[in-house]
Design a protein around this ligand. Structure first.
Ligand code: PLP
Length: 380
């Protein structure tokens, strides 16, 4: 594999023109799409429009169409993850969405008092689960998913944030449901990265962020998916006025809405939702099939380069078993990521020894993967 081979792959890449739709710092090799995706140019245009027209000119009148923006952006996101219309809503952050979804799930399994999560899962998911089990008397946390017979809810990432290993979501959901457990899937590294069909996989609850592969911007709102059949039965613990029937009747008591909006809390951030919408729309325009295919090719190239340069990686070789990043294990990972960043080659470092190369199909070029991995190898 040579640099010319990588350039040849870029020359025939159907998604390559999309890169022009992003603001790109000159000369930067950016392999960090799974911590923060790049900014679409259209985001600035759209934010300016919303600022000048909807906020500065129309002022309070804009709430007539802002009020259901969380659901409308949810409907743009839904087909990207195999959800139906009215099953996804954007709001708050992933941490809060995990908290609500776990509560909603344990409310449906009141006779069980165990929450299962991997000891290796992303910290915020583990901390939220620990916090809930501590706050609720009689609950305990189980690490691992082997025994599920007394588990109320499993919280699990679809793609491992360190290794990029992809779980068999359909099989694991079916196994959990057969054992009587609910599952909350975290799609933070999957949404906008890989093709996934939540309905076909039998998934009932899922959450994720929009600032990684969906290019929604720093701190962009997260999202919650609830399968339609649960809309009338789930209860979430934070009873805010955006989740109540007849919100503007200002009634004496909370009556959860019959739709996905019952997962909402209070006033949504319209500017953040506007930015998220643009990012989600760009992925929708590109199509998840093309994004998925390019993701396999970019990560395949990164793995080939690891082999070529003797770099160790725990990322699965099977393209069907990995997400859109490649983890390189390196004894000097932390220092190396800093040294390379100073030379405008951006990776992530993840404890204890992982250099994470994020491959974002809308913006990452094959030559970026080549140059980035060669820079790691050369730095020794
Ligand atoms: C799997 C996973 N869950 C959650 C989060 C972050 O949660 P939040 O958006 O609340 O900061 C991340 C962030 O990288 C993540 O990788």
């Amino acid at each position: 594999m040579t640099r010319d081979d990588a350039l040849a792959l870029d020359a025939t890449d159907a998604l390559a023109p999309l890169r022009q739709q992003f603001t790109l710092p000159e000369g930067l090799i950016y392999l960090d799409g799974n911590s923060l995706g790049m900014p679409p140019k259209r985001t600035l245009e759209r934010l300016t429009e919303v600022y000048l027209q909807e906020w500065a000119t129309d002022l309070i009148r804009s709430w007539s169409h802002w009020v259901d923006l969380p659901q409308r952006v949810g409907d743009v996101l839904a087909p990207l993850i195999g959800a139906g219309p009215g099953e996804v809503v954007l709001h708050d952050n992933t941490t809060l969405c995990v908290y609500q979804a776990v509560h909603a799930a344990i409310g449906l399994r009141p006779e069980r008092h165990v929450i299962a999560i991997s000891a290796d899962d992303f910290p915020t998911d583990r901390y939220v689960v620990d916090g809930i089990a501590t706050a609720l008397h009689g609950y305990r946390v189980q690490h691992g998913f082997e025994r599920l017979d007394d588990v109320a809810v499993i919280v699990r990432s679809v793609i491992d944030y360190r290794t990029a290993e992809l779980v068999d979501v359909a099989a694991e959901t079916a196994r959990a449901h057969a054992a009587g457990a609910m599952v909350v899937w975290d799609l933070s590294h999957a949404a906008g990265a890989i093709e996934i069909d939540l309905r076909e996989c039998g998934v009932q609850l899922a959450i994720g962020c929009t600032y990684k592969f969906l290019n929604g911007g720093p701190g962009a709102p997260a999202w919650t998916y609830v399968a339609r059949e649960l809309h009338n039965t789930i209860r979430q613990p934070i009873w805010g006025w955006f989740a109540t029937e007849n919100q503007f009747a200002m009634g004496p008591t909370f009556q959860p809405r019959a739709d996905i909006a019952r997962m909402l809390l209070g006033t949504p951030s319209i500017l953040a939702l506007t930015a998220a919408q643009v990012g989600v729309e760009l992925s929708a325009e590109a199509g998840m099939q093309a994004i998925h295919t390019k993701g396999r090719a970019l990560t395949g190239l990164a793995l080939d380069l690891c082999d070529q340069h003797g770099l160790a990686t725990p990322t699965p070789r099977d393209p069907a078993r990995r997400g859109n990043h490649v983890a390189v294990q390196h004894p000097r990972a932390k220092a190396l990521v800093q040294e390379l960043a100073a030379r405008d080659v951006i990776f992530d470092f993840r404890e204890p020894n992982i250099i994470r190369a994020g491959c974002s199909p809308l913006t990452t070029r094959f030559v970026d993967v080549y140059d980035g991995l060669v820079a790691v190898a050369a730095a020794g």
